[in-house]
Design a protein around this ligand. Sequence first.
Ligand SMILES: CC(C)(COP(=O)(O)OP(=O)(O)OC[C@H]1O[C@@H](n2cnc3c(N)ncnc32)[C@H](O)[C@@H]1OP(=O)(O)O)[C@@H](O)C(=O)NCCC(=O)NCCS
Length: 217
Amino acid sequence: MRPDEAFPFFGIEIRTPRLSLRLGGDEDNLALARVAASGIYPAGRIPFVSTWAEEDPDVLPRNLLQHRWGNLSGQRPGDWNLHFTVFHEGGPVGVQSLWAKDFGVRRTVNSGSWLGRDFQGRGLGTEMRAAVLELGFATLGAELAHSGSFRGNAASEAVSRKLGYEPNGIEVYAVKGERKISQNWLLRREAWERSRREVISVSGVTPACLEFFGLTP
Ligand SMILES: CC(C)(COP(=O)(O)OP(=O)(O)OC[C@H]1O[C@@H](n2cnc3c(N)ncnc32)[C@H](O)[C@@H]1OP(=O)(O)O)[C@@H](O)C(=O)NCCC(=O)NCCS
């Protein structure tokens, strides 16, 4: 039995001109941990609500593996959170997630992402976000997509704006004892249609996947 026969999300692949997005296996997770350990953001400028990337390089691989296993084990029909490994030129370079709760009813997705610093600033962040939006809107029929970025995260904000998101309120978080304001972003289906990139293909979304996505026939 292949992994995707037991767990259908393993068979999904999204391809863009320069990237392939798949869940990947433990070898890929270890390669991702190496990318993360070599740096995601400048010291002191945590872009995430969680401080996972602050860990010591000795501990980070174990934490990253446990986080990804925990994430996979928590999937339920309609309530899913896919942490796609982003492959570029043959190896992992970052993660692009897409998640939803009660998707069959709410038709709303959320996303989050990171790239290793060596791979930032070349348009890959825009390409990988566009990839999961293709899955969410074109394949699964989403109506809305949310995202969020801490104030001052110019690259993440620029990706959201370029793809047609509009500002949608703020949230306030405590990160390592510091007050951080997150700008929420909202992408409506009509705006996604205007910014859509036709060169993205989604494969492997089988009837078993659709059921897991909360789209029972
Ligand atoms: C956010 C992130 C995924 C974006 O990916 P990226 O590949 O660096 O972004 P892109 O190259 O696609 O750039 C998108 C836009 O941002 C702009 N941009 C990038 N860095 C910028 C900066 N420091 N200041 C201003 N604009 C910036 C680019 O010019 C580009 O716009 P353009 O195409 O109109 O020129 C990546 O930078 C990253 O992983 N950052 C650290 C982790 C993080 O912040 N994750 C998101 C948490 S909300």
